[in-house]
Design a protein. Structure first.
Length: 103
């Protein structure tokens, strides 16, 4: 799993039947800033992820990729390799709050 930020959405009017009704999000994976380990920073990559939870623009989410993306009840019959599996409320590292949705 990875922490990612929702940076946009993608609209596709033509897609396979199993994906009809699911929102597609542009997500950007983040990592812990390596030197001071006090904040999250972008990895500079982007992915298209299927959203089964209703995540919104600017929110941090948990994504899973590869064959694991097809292991949820909602995605087991979809031809996907990235899915939102959680919406992040807080991130703590070394007993320090690195991110909070409330802030």
């Amino acid at each position: 799993m990875f922490v990612a930020k929702v940076t946009g959405s993608l609209v596709s009017t033509q897609k396979v039947d199993t994906m009809v009704g699911y929102k597609l999000l542009i997500v950007e994976p983040y990592r812990l800033e390596p030197k001071q380990r006090k904040k999250l920073e972008t990895t500079g990559r982007t992915f298209v992820a299927v959203d089964t939870l209703g995540a919104g623009q600017g929110e941090y989410v948990l994504i899973t990729q590869g064959s694991s993306a097809r292991l949820t009840a909602e995605t087991k019959n979809m031809p996907i390799d990235c899915v939102v599996v959680g919406i992040v409320d807080q991130v703590h590292v070394d007993s320090r709050k690195v991110y909070s949705k409330e802030d």
